[in-house]
Design a protein around this ligand. Structure first.
Ligand code: CUA
Length: 333
């Protein structure tokens, strides 16, 4: 959709009036992406319009209360009928303001929604309760690493319920919905190098508040080096180490500790060769088959004292990866 040229020119001018400078402030985090400026400007525009009219209405109300209070000997005047200039003013002025807000909001929204074809693509998976970012070379990481000064597109899906990815410094927020792909993009400014917060902003259960990670913005060459080294490092890992990596990246750590502390699920510390008791099955020894079953069919044996809360990871992990996880649990002493 396009607006007539003349109208566009007028509307572009209107809220450019710098009511407040976009920047780190009491209200907002630093504007570290190319779209942050338009979000902030619109926010400040609406904020100050609201402050202005609130003050105007309250001030006039107080003034009229004092000016037209009941006085001894006074008589009530006639009821007001109408005042054409006043009525035109209070129709046209708000209309103009609302059109400006709509135009600014609509163009800003389209800018944020329309995908950039030349963008660097990263796949995102959200699950209870972790983030997994997969790069074009197949490497996965629980932290989002991105190059500065270039558009990055996120292709996102959820494995269980609705999560929402939020990066406040980039003014990015997009839901991840099970059974479909959602997309968003951002362009981190060249001077936004370093870590930024990334978290889930849709209440998704007991681990929601732990569903936090970081975006790390690198210079382009540094980013390429990081990605190469990370992929090489992974290839050189032993089986237990690769199991630990899967444990972190796939969010097992959200429910299972390795230090013996209690979370939603039992800890992995020292369980290898232990005999466990279950709410729905005879006791069993923790071995390869028990761990495999607990990954692909978690409801088969519900550990005493815990609830049947885990989703099946059948299809998420290959047999090879289940092997790595077994080695990792075996090594968690
Ligand atoms: Cu995921 Cu809240």
């Amino acid at each position: 959709m396009t607006f007539p040229d003349g109208l566009t020119r007028i509307l572009d001018l209107a809220p450019a009036v710098p009511i407040a400078q976009a920047g780190e402030s009491f209200w907002l985090p630093p504007p570290d992406s190319t779209t942050a400026g338009s979000v902030d400007n619109l926010f400040y525009f609406i904020l100050w319009v609201a402050v202005f009219f609130f003050s105007l209405v309250v001030a006039l109300m107080v003034l009229f209360v004092i000016l037209y209070r009941r006085r001894p000997g006074g008589s009530p005047g006639g009821a007001p009928t109408h005042n054409t200039p006043l009525e035109i003013a209070w129709t046209v002025i708000p209309l103009a303001i609302v059109v400006i807000i709509f135009y600014r909001g609509f163009t800003g929204y389209m800018e944020m929604r329309l995908p950039r074809r030349e963008a660097y693509e990263i796949d995102v998976v959200a699950r209870k309760w972790s983030w997994q970012f997969t790069y074009p070379n197949g490497y996965s990481d629980p932290i989002l690493h991105v190059p500065a000064g270039q558009p990055v597109r996120l292709i996102m899906r959820s494995e269980d319920l609705i999560h929402s990815l939020s990066i406040p410094d980039f003014r990015v927020k997009m839901d991840l919905v099970p059974g479909r792909y959602t997309k968003t993009w951002f362009h981190a400014n060249k001077d936004a190098l370093g870590p930024h917060d990334l978290y889930c902003t849709e209440y998704c259960g007991t681990g929601h508040s732990d569903m936090t990670t970081q975006v790390i913005v690198h210079e382009l060459t540094e980013f390429k080096q990081w990605l190469e080294r990370a992929a090489e490092g992974e290839a050189a890992m032993g089986p237990a180490e690769r199991g630990r990596k899967l444990y972190v990246v796939h969010g097992c750590a959200g429910c299972h500790s390795v230090d013996g502390s209690a979370k939603t699920g039992p800890s992995f510390k020292g369980i290898w060769t232990q005999t466990h008791r279950f709410a729905n099955a005879p006791p069993a020894v923790v071995d390869e088959n028990y761990i495999r079953e607990s990954i692909v069919d978690p409801s088969a044996k519900i550990r005493e004292g815990y609830e049947d809360k885990m989703n099946s990871y059948q299809g998420t992990f290959s047999d090879e990866e289940i092997g790595f996880l077994i080695k990792f649990i075996q090594s968690s002493k």
